[in-house]
Design a protein around this ligand. Structure first.
Ligand code: NAD
Length: 484
């Protein structure tokens, strides 16, 4: 008998315990070799006063097993509770969120028969660093961070996943026509890494039109990789239009650990009634078995599940008298799947994981390139309400000197000095660019910037932050103002 793989299991809240029990019953009847450690997370832990919803002892289990099979939890209403999912992802470095969105027509109603898309969402970066500041009376800011290593990891993961699962194409969604540096980097790295996978097609879509196309013609896509925020929104959309939000699983994968769960929540109103559909969690269990190298068991479970769906044995949420044969509860559904272990679907496409390599793929990032960084100026941000942009320009020119002079002022990214347009609406937040006179590429020192800030302060201005302007190997590492 194969060695058992240790996994950590949380039964969660609401319908969680019922669907976890049903899912584990099926996995174990199918022959999964699991050594289960149970931890408590969620509502009870939150209400004991632990704002993270998870105890230290649970982290120890997760560090030991590195595999987390998690039922949905209830986040108590009211402030102060941290999202357990975000905490788990960040603490365990789960950088890839993988969400297969599949239509099961004609057995489950869907607007998109044949849809079979996997959304691979970057899970740690982008605006999810949560680095936000109120900078002025009018203006709030959130930092969007896209990194070279983080992007390499997720893009390579998407291509590796596509290869391991016999997929044909990887598509990238970004908004790099506007976010030329952050999303521009994501797109550039996608193009670089795509060259390492000549056996797979690749393409890029601007996220807005790509999203419209995905909602309209999902069969045009296969695996789609994207930054965190777009992935958050689009993966829910994709699961919903597949018609199967209650059936959709997700995997959160990192180098040191992985977490598998359904995408739905704890549905408290359905709890304890033997009504809930365990399919999302069960299919997450299938992803987990592939991940831990028990692909043969994963295949038995998945094919038996497809056969159950095809045989019209449905829980209330997908029951439709035109195609369903029997409305069953959670336990009966699980028994129906177990009764079909060893069978394959006849109309739906059977799955094969025999050849699938584990998704436990060790990410790789390129060595940090040697880069020549040159400081060439500074953007000083001010809170100011003292008049027109020309008034500000005139006042700030008086702080010119010591090799730095005012070259541009923008408001919300639009150039308003010199030669602004009177129609431009301005708020109390000004970006004031100082560069060496005559040559924007001449090197300046940090000392010059500190001295400039002192002069700005002495002139009575409230500076709220600075951003250094740097060239990297001679290329500007900063955006130009719109209107330039
Ligand atoms: P939900 O997904 O729990 O429920 C939405 C609807 O779908 C409900 O009508 C519910 O009855 C139905 N539903 C969901 N799963 C089902 C299943 N397996 N079988 C049958 N019907 C199902 O979303 P919600 O009501 O917005 O959230 C409830 C709680 O779950 C909240 O506390 C929320 O914070 C939490 N939540 C947790 C997770 C997680 O743990 N990953 C994810 C989302 C929401």
């Amino acid at each position: 008998m194969a060695q058992k793989t240790p996994i950590t299991v949380a039964y969660g809240d609401g319908i969680g315990p019922e669907i976890m029990e049903a899912s584990l019953f099926i996995l174990q009847e199918a022959g999964a070799q699991l050594d289960i450690e149970v931890i408590e997370i969620g509502e009870k832990v939150y209400l004991r006063g632990n704002s993270a919803g998870i105890e230290d002892s649970a982290w120890e289990s997760l560090r030991r097993t590195r595999v987390f099979y998690k039922a949905p939890i209830t986040t108590p209403q009211g402030g102060g509770f941290k999202s357990l999912n975000v905490t788990t992802r960040k603490t365990l470095g789960l950088y890839a969120n993988v969400r297969p969105c599949v239509a099961y027509d004609p057995f489950v109603a869907t607007k998109h028969p044949g849809m079979d898309v996997v959304v691979v969402r970057e899970n740690e970066e982008d605006v999810y660093g949560g680095i936000e500041h109120r900078q002025t009376t009018d203006v709030y800011q959130c930092l969007k961070l896209i990194t070279r290593p983080g992007t390499e990891k997720i893009v390579r993961y998407a291509f590796e996943y596509a290869r391991a699962h016999n997929r044909k194409k990887v598509t990238c969604f970004t908004k790099d026509n506007i976010l030329k540096m952050t999303d521009g980097l994501f797109h550039k790295i996608f193009d670089e890494i795509a060259k390492e996978y000549p056996d797979l097609e690749n393409e890029h879509w601007i996220v807005d039109i790509g999203c419209a196309k995905l909602a309209d013609t999902p069969e045009a896509f296969d695996v789609i990789v994207m930054p965190n925020l777009y992935g958050d929104i689009l993966s829910d959309m994709a699961a919903q239009i597949a018609g199967s939000i209650g059936l959709a699983p997700s995997a959160n994968i990192g180098d040191h650990a992985a977490m598998f769960e359904a995408i739905h929540g704890s549905a408290p109103r359905r709890a304890g009634q033997n009504l809930a559909n365990p399919s999302g969690l069960l299919l997450a269990g299938v992803m987990m078995l592939v991940h831990i190298g028990q692909g043969d068991v994963a295949e038995r479970v998945h094919n038996a599940w497809l056969r159950t769906i095809e045989d019209g044995i449905h829980t209330y949420d997908i029951y439709d008298e035109r195609v369903s044969k029997q409305k069953v509860g959670t336990r009966e559904f699980a028994q129906a799947v177990v009764a079909r272990l060893g069978q394959k679907p006849e109309k739906l496409k059977p799955v094969s994981y025999q050849a699938a390599r584990s998704d436990a793929f060790q990410s790789r990032v390129s060595p940090r390139p040697a880069t020549k960084k040159t400081l060439v100026g500074v953007d000083v941000f001010l809170e100011w309400t003292g008049g027109t942009p020309d008034d500000l320009g005139a006042a700030l020119q008086r702080v010119n000197g010591d090799g730095l002079e005012l070259t541009m002022i923008t408001n919300r990214g639009t150039k308003v000095w010199p030669h602004g347009q009177p129609e431009t609406f301005c708020v109390d937040h000004w970006r004031c660019r100082f560069q060496p006179p005559g040559d924007p590429n001449r090197e300046v020192t940090h000392q010059q910037i500190i001295a400039l800030l002192q002069r700005v302060h002495d002139a009575g201005f409230d500076f709220i932050k600075t951003e250094n302007l740097c060239n990297f190997d001679g290329q500007p590492g900063y955006s130009l103002g719109q209107g330039q």
